[in-house]
Design a protein around this ligand. Structure first.
Ligand code: ADP
Length: 207
């Protein structure tokens, strides 16, 4: 079963949609042989600070500015690899903003002869920024960790948009902030069809 790679700007609503998709798929796979997994930075206790490349934010013991991010990616990769199989659906909730990283995940799925797809969370930069600003202002509330302002800006700058013309970024499904429940279900239905239903492509190792 497939790997669903969520991608989008920081604080653009990725976890909200991943949870919605998880709920949708839970009902879809009931009484089937399939298992469902949701992997995210939060589930793996990966802090937002690992993405921070500013010299002041880099702990003294780390080897280079992005060593902690590389370590984080290694643990995400390990977590995906441990569960992904033809009987397991994995929703990978994260920015997944580097195209080479999405390529690597795509290859991992292909090696297991299971499909992968991308769920892009479309959100304006202003809206996403507003969410992070609100989180920064309410730091002690129960909401998820905020990104430091410069870390957030930097991640937006570094974000590599998925390109559906490439093998590793397709099929590509897009949701926007305004999508209501009905529209979300429509997107999830076509995703299900492409990765598990009639539209599922046969995976050949040399494709
Ligand atoms: P991310 O996972 O990208 O950091 P979250 O899913 O945590 O983002 O969403 C950030 C905030 O925006 C949350 O408070 C969430 O409730 C809100 N939110 C996310 N998506 C939507 C949406 N489509 N409509 C309204 N509020 C949303």
């Amino acid at each position: 079963m497939p790997l669903i790679i969520v991608t989008g700007l920081p604080t653009s609503g990725k976890s909200t949609r991943a949870a919605q998709l998880h709920k949708y798929l839970s009902t879809k796979i009931v009484d089937s042989k399939y298992r469902l997994h949701l992997i995210s930075d939060d589930a793996l206790s990966i802090s937002r600070t690992v993405y921070d490349l500013s010299p002041s934010a880099v702990p003294a013991h780390t080897r280079s500015a992005n060593a902690s991010e590389k370590d984080a990616r290694a643990s995400i990769y390990g977590a995906v690899k441990r569960v992904l199989s033809d009987k397991d659906i994995v929703i990978l909730d994260g920015m997944n903003y580097i195209k080479g990283w999405r390529y690597q995940l795509h290859c991992e799925a292909k090696a297991l002869r299971t499909p992968s797809c991308i769920l892009q969370i479309g959100c304006t930069v202003d809206r996403a920024k507003q969410v992070n600003t609100e989180r920064l202002e309410n730091k002690d509330s129960k909401q998820p960790e905020a990104y430091d302002r410069s870390n957030w800006e930097n991640l937006v700058f570094r974000y590599e948009e998925p390109n559906p013309m490439t093998r590793w970024d397709s099929p590509l499904f897009t949701m926007i902030w305004e999508d209501d429940e009905a529209q979300a279900t429509k997107t999830f239905d076509s995703m299900w069809d492409a990765i598990a239903g009639e539209g599922r492509k046969i995976i050949r190792p040399n494709q």
